[in-house]
Design a protein around this ligand. Sequence first.
Ligand code: BTN
Length: 326
Amino acid sequence: MNLTMKDEILKRFLLAKDNPISGQFLADDLGISRTAIWKHLQTLQEEGYVFETIKKKGYVLVGKPDKVDPARINSFLTTERFGRNIHYLDEVTSTQSIAHELAREGAVDGTLVIAETQTKGKGRMARPWESTKGKGVWMTIIIRPDVPPSQAPQFTLVAAVAIVNAIKSICKNFMPSIKWPNDILINGRKCTGILTEMLAEMDRVDALLIGIGINANQQQDDFPPDLQTIATSLSIEEKEEINRPQLVATILNYLELYCDQYIREGFKPIKALWEESSGTIGKQIKATTLREVIEGKAIGITENGVLEIQLENGEIKGVYSADIEI
Ligand code: BTN
């Protein structure tokens, strides 16, 4: 849904920062009564927002709960379409399942489904995805590019490039890299996974559901024992709390930019950006596919996101799906 009246009020406080806003100003600006404004402020307070009253001037927002709510995402957005329609939920089974329903019902291009936690988060290859409450970014973006189904895999690479660049623009104390196909790693540990699903007819994509899971504010002991040594979070590496709504909006800003660029100019510029942030290309790797183990040097990706590995005898093999060890 678009922003509610309560979210519109919150957005104005977020944008005003330390400047007070009066009830009368809000009432005039939004075309509702002062009593209605006051009721919305009360609801916001019940949700954990704290307002200070400045005599004769109005209110200032001085405290916020740690949530990825639509108004806070909206205050960082520069997009035309992406994230302009947000479904925010406290707990879901999986944002992918909600996105499937919404896409079938005709959700517009750029619709975002985001939750504080998932009880049945899905990873690639039907693996479960750990979604600790209030600590990560668990979201699915519905996009409706006018392309044939064969081009769908390229959008996962577009998403990886958007996420890695959003992380780079917010975090300054480390360098994230993309591990083929779509994991984002920091110092060898995974902080982000992407799962793209598709609704399609034979010759055209109806909707792509780009599911993104980012470990943002977990500390090491928030991870279950089996993930302790292989997962990390942005906050662990940055040594600072991550502003999750800002991260979400920054990803959407880059994603709209790169999706539009892809539609205008094709895959070439995206491939270049992907390779620039890749931690796989140029490395000696071991790829375990369902059928075989391939060892060699990762030399690039094709237009379809296929990883090309050069064997010791010079032969080049393309890998569509595999677990990679570097
Ligand atoms: C992977 O690396 O295996 C992909 C993980 C994708 C997880 C995200 S979290 C939001 C969205 N909802 C899900 O159930 N999965 C994706």
